[in-house]
Design a protein around this ligand. Structure first.
Ligand code: PA5
Length: 317
């Protein structure tokens, strides 16, 4: 909770960072998993909204897209610096003649990146990766050429919104208690939904699912006609005022069809004066929902024994 209280502070630019030369690049590739990987999802969407017109890849797998070649700017984010997939991608990038910029608190990534002569930005240690998102995102955005003042403004907006945001989060958590949250997100809210899902999974130890419009209108919705299974879910609809008008129409249609099925979904959108603020507001609302849910379920939000166990099993395999 203390880390969450200071999320806004984590976002504040701490130093002058030299932005990556994106103009001369062929595109940008982001590599990272889980709490670190969401940095890529957020940055890619924000870059697109800023008008960046080159290819953007967010890689959460062992396989780098074949299109990624010399000339691409690359950002490898791993809080621990020991995540297998991210290390694998880092090494593949080097093989393709790309020197990724790395954001990490240490581990093998810091070691190997320094050895390879890559730019490394060290993050403060002692956090669970997902509770250090503000540090990672702030550095990543500055490296991508986002204006530090804009980031500062967004951070202060979150600080001022915090009491209201927490109150709202508490109400949402009460509503979600006992259900698996099913988040239906639009393209501009997809990265926030990804974070909500992961935060609810890891902090509250609850299943949660995120599905995306417009694709969900071509498959997902049919699963909702099954009353026995539908009852397990609590439905949330995410939207952003700048989403494509047809996607906003689709949110209305989704609400109407759920109501016809006897379900009242909760509609949520971010607040703020620009897309960055709205995205961060919505995302941070989910952070608080997840810790309030953890409290209600009596779980420690920090520990993730199964994730740790998987990493241990794989390191011995
Ligand atoms: O939040 C978490 O603990 C996880 O989702 C981790 O971020 C994920 O396992 C990847 O680890 P790291 O962020 O250290 O690369």
């Amino acid at each position: 909770m203390e880390a969450l209280e200071r999320f806004w502070e984590q976002l504040l630019p701490r130093e002058e960072l030299r932005p990556l030369p994106l103009e001369g690049s062929a595109g940008v590739v982001f590599c990272g998993m889980g709490g670190s990987g969401v940095v890529g999802s957020l940055c890619a969407r924000l870059l697109e909204e800023k008008g960046f017109e080159k290819p953007l890849f967010v890689v959460k797998d062992y396989r780098l897209p074949p299109a990624v070649r010399k000339g691409y700017a690359a950002l490898c984010v791993s809080y621990s610096g020991n995540t297998e997939e991210t290390l694998h991608n880092f090494r593949q990038l080097l093989e393709r003649g790309i020197k990724p910029v790395c954001l990490t608190s240490g581990g093998k990534l810091a070691e190997e990146a320094k050895e390879a002569g890559c730019e490394v930005h060290l993050l403060p240690g002692g956090y669970q990766p997902r509770f250090a998102l503000g540090f990672m995102l702030s550095k990543a955005l500055l490296l991508l050429g986002f204006d530090g003042e804009r980031l500062k403004k967004a951070a202060h907006f979150l600080k001022e919104s915090l009491p209201r945001l927490k109150e709202k989060a508490q109400k949402v958590a009460e509503r979600l208690y006992g259900y698996a949250p099913l988040l239906v997100a639009t393209p501009l809210t997809a990265a926030a939904a990804e974070r909500w899902k992961a935060q609810i999974n890891e902090n509250a130890k609850s299943p949660a699912y995120a599905v995306f419009l417009p694709e969900a209108h071509h498959n997902e919705v049919m699963g909702w006609v099954n009353p026995h299974l539908r009852e397990a879910f609590s439905f949330l609809l995410f939207e952003d005022s700048q989403d494509h008008p047809r996607n906003l129409k689709r949110v209305d249609v989704t609400e109407a069809l759920l109501k016809d099925l006897g379900v009242s979904p909760l509609r949520l959108k971010g607040e703020g004066e620009d897309y960055l603020q709205r995205l961060l507001y919505l995302l941070h609302l989910g952070d608080w929902v997840s810790v309030f849910l953890a409290e209600a379920y009596r779980y420690d939000p920090e520990t993730v024994p199964l994730i740790k166990g998987i990493k241990e099993r794989l390191s011995n395999a």
